[in-house]
Design a protein around this ligand. Structure first.
Ligand SMILES: [Mn+2]
Length: 313
């Protein structure tokens, strides 16, 4: 059931032990929003623990308290009054869903989130879940410390491509300004987030070699197949390298994650890639979306291109 921001805040006030989680393959917004909420709950005297069923991306290990995030082990249980699922519907939290049967509170900004079985606060105009968490902190009377502000700013900066994407609103800047007033150093955060290992830059060069152009230049894709994926640990930001091509509307990266687990990330300048991703069982935002194929790499490539072809051919 959809609830208001105030009702979500009241729910959090009414419980003592909260399990906080976000989606697998966590990004700056997933980690920034869970870490900010975690600190906010502790400030309110609550007991809280973050669980995320994945490894942490190396370029985000500067986030305050990231080392306190746990990954669930097989058959592990966690006693909680509430699971707070942020930045995704509860179907992308991996093994975290087995930790407890506690009721779910869902907070998200993805327009494709159709989880109405649980209490959900959704604001699809928010550029990042971190914008919503900022507002909940205000509602809860939480003091925005420098550490909380750093987490929130990182989520907003990463989900907006450092205030470049079309989801950036006047409100985004107002919240960011207040976070800077609370101690955030934007240059430090951009240096940390954009930091790459030499290996990763070599991967960028290898990944760019796989580029293919389709539909008269309107679509560009990179193909991180099983072979390339062995060296390509971090594919963050690859899609932005080809999105800049002047003729390109849709840029995508197709990545081998596992056998029959092929992930596509799509970005666009004007096409609604959320619609395209939805056709393929995925979701996301109008200009940034993704989907997973439970097929081999070649089939995933063919299905994706066929679907893109319906828009561009
Ligand atoms: Mn997000």
């Amino acid at each position: 059931m959809k609830i208001t921001l105030n009702e979500a805040a009241e729910k959090l006030k009414s419980v003592e032990k909260i399990l906080v989680t976000a989606h697998i393959n966590p990004d700056g917004d997933a980690l920034g929003s869970t870490l900010a909420m975690y600190q906010a709950l502790k400030q309110l005297g609550k007991s809280a623990q973050i669980y995320i069923d994945d490894v942490m991306p190396a370029n985000l290990n500067f986030l305050p308290h990231i080392e306190e995030i746990k990954r669930p082990t097989e058959n592990e249980k966690f006693d909680a009054d509430l699971i707070l699922v942020i930045d995704t519907a509860p179907d992308r939290i991996g093994k975290v869903e087995n930790l407890t049967n506690a009721p779910i509170l869902n907070i998200d900004h993805h327009i494709t989130n159709k989880n109405f079985e649980n209490d959900i606060y959704i604001d699809s105009n928010a550029a990042a879940s971190c914008e919503i968490i900022f507002e909940i902190c205000k509602e809860l009377g939480v003091k925005i410390t420098k550490e909380i502000a750093t987490c929130l700013y990182t989520g907003i900066a990463t989900d907006t491509g450092f205030f470049n994407y079309s989801n950036t609103t006047p409100k985004t800047f107002r919240i960011a300004a207040e976070l800077v007033e609370n101690g955030v150093e934007p240059n430090y955060i951009s240096e940390q987030v954009e930091r790459r290992k030499l290996e990763d830059v070599k991967i960028m060069s290898a990944a760019l070699q796989t580029m293919e152009i389709y539909f008269g230049g309107k679509v560009a894709g990179l193909f991180i197949d099983e072979e390339v994926s062995k060296i390509a640990e971090n594919t963050e930001g690859l899609v932005d390298l080809i999105r800049v091509i002047d003729t390109v509307d849709v840029a995508f990266v197709l990545k081998y994650k596992d056998e029959n687990n092929i992930r596509a990330s799509l970005r666009s300048k004007s096409a609604n890639v959320s619609e395209i991703a939805k056709k393929l069982g995925g979701g996301g935002h109008i200009r940034a979306a993704g989907c997973t194929f439970n097929t081999n790499f070649e089939d995933a490539k063919n299905i994706l291109l066929k679907t893109l072809g319906e828009y561009f051919a």
